[in-house]
Design a binder for this molecule. Structure first.
Ligand SMILES: C[S@@+](CC[C@H](N)C(=O)[O-])C[C@H]1O[C@@H](n2cnc3c(N)ncnc32)[C@H](O)[C@@H]1O
Length: 245
C-alpha cells in the first residue's frame, strides 16, 4: 500500500538546479506535486479514465513515461490487475524508481532512448516538459511508430504561455494557486528559479503537429493542458502506413 508523503515541503528540499535524481526530492514527491499543482489528483483521475477505455479486456501493454513513484499505475491498478495488462513505467531517476509502488514494473531508462514495443496506451503525464527540447520529437516519433491500431497517446504538459496581458494573468493564476495551497512565497520563488532551463513548456501546437491523428483536448488549467490522440482502426492504419502488423 503506497504511503503518501504529506510532510510539508521545506525550502532545503528544493535543489538549486532542479532534479528528480535526489533522495530528498523523491522522498517529498507526493507532497510536492500536490502543493505545486492543486489539480494533480483530478488530472490523474482523468488520465486513468481515458486509459481505461483503451486497455483491452484481456491484456494489452501500457507505457507510463516519466512515471515517478507510480501514481498513474496506482490509479489504473484495477484495470492492470483485472485485465492482466502489462504496465511498464519508465523513469530515468534511480531515486524515483526506488520509490515505485504500483502493480507492474518500472524500468530505469531515458524515454528518448527507449525502444517501445507495440502498445495500447502510452501516457506522458507531466514528463515531456523535463525531456530536453531537442529530444521530444524523437520520443513522439518512436511512440507513433509503436502505437497499435486503436491505441492512444495521452499527454499532460505545460503549454507555452500566450502573449500579452493574458500571459501575465495565467502565470499569476499558477502562483496564486500555489499560495492558496499553502506554499510559502519563499518556496514558490525557490522552485521557479530552480526550474530555469530544466523545465521547458511543450508548445501544444508542436504536439498537435507531431501526432498524426488529431488529438482531443480533455484538460486545461492555466498554463497546463491534457490531450489524447487515438490511432485509427486496422483498416485506416493499413491505408495510411501501407502495411498490416
Ligand atoms: C513531474 S514528474 C512526472 C509525474 C508522474 N508522471 C506522476 O504521475 O506523478 C517528471 C518525471 O519524469 C522523469 N523524467 C524526466 N526526464 C526523463 C527522461 N528523459 N526519461 C525518463 N524519465 C524522465 C523524472 O525523473 C520525473 O520522475
Amino acid at each position: 500500500m503506497h504511503k503518501k508523503t504529506t510532510r510539508a515541503e521545506d525550502i532545503r528540499t528544493i535543489p538549486e538546479e532542479w532534479t528528480f535524481k535526489a533522495d530528498e526530492v523523491a522522498e517529498n514527491f507526493d507532497a510536492h506535486v500536490r502543493s505545486q499543482l492543486p489539480w494533480y489528483d483530478l488530472a490523474t483521475r482523468a488520465v486513468a479514465h481515458i486509459a481505461r477505455h483503451y486497455i483491452p479486456p484481456s491484456g494489452g501493454l501500457v507505457y507510463d513515461l516519466g512515471a515517478s513513484n507510480g501514481n498513474i499505475g496506482r490509479a489504473l491498478a484495477k484495470e492492470i490487475v483485472g485485465r492482466g495488462a502489462d504496465y511498464v513505467a519508465i523513469d530515468d531517476s534511480e531515486e524515483m524508481v526506488a520509490k515505485f509502488d504500483a502493480p507492474g514494473r518500472i524500468v530505469c531508462a531515458d524515454v528518448s532512448e527507449f525502444e517501445f514495443e507495440p502498445f495500447d496506451v502510452a501516457i506522458c503525464f507531466l514528463c515531456m516538459m523535463f525531456v530536453p527540447l531537442a529530444k521530444r520529437g524523437k520520443v513522439l516519433a518512436n511512440l507513433n511508430r509503436a502505437a497499435k491500431p486503436g491505441a492512444v497517446i495521452i499527454v499532460v504538459d505545460k503549454d507555452l504561455a500566450p502573449t500579452g496581458y493574458p500571459s501575465v494573468v495565467l502565470h499569476r493564476m499558477t502562483l496564486a494557486m500555489k499560495a492558496e495551497a499553502g506554499v510559502s512565497p519563499e518556496l514558490i520563488v525557490a522552485k521557479e528559479m530552480s526550474l530555469g532551463g530544466i523545465q521547458r513548456p511543450t508548445d501544444l501546437r508542436d504536439i498537435r503537429d507531431l501526432l498524426p491523428w488529431k488529438p482531443v483536448d480533455f484538460f486545461r488549467f492555466g498554463e497546463f493542458y491534457g490531450i489524447f490522440a487515438e490511432f485509427p482502426s486496422q483498416q485506416a492504419y493499413v491505408q495510411v502506413r501501407g502495411y498490416n502488423e
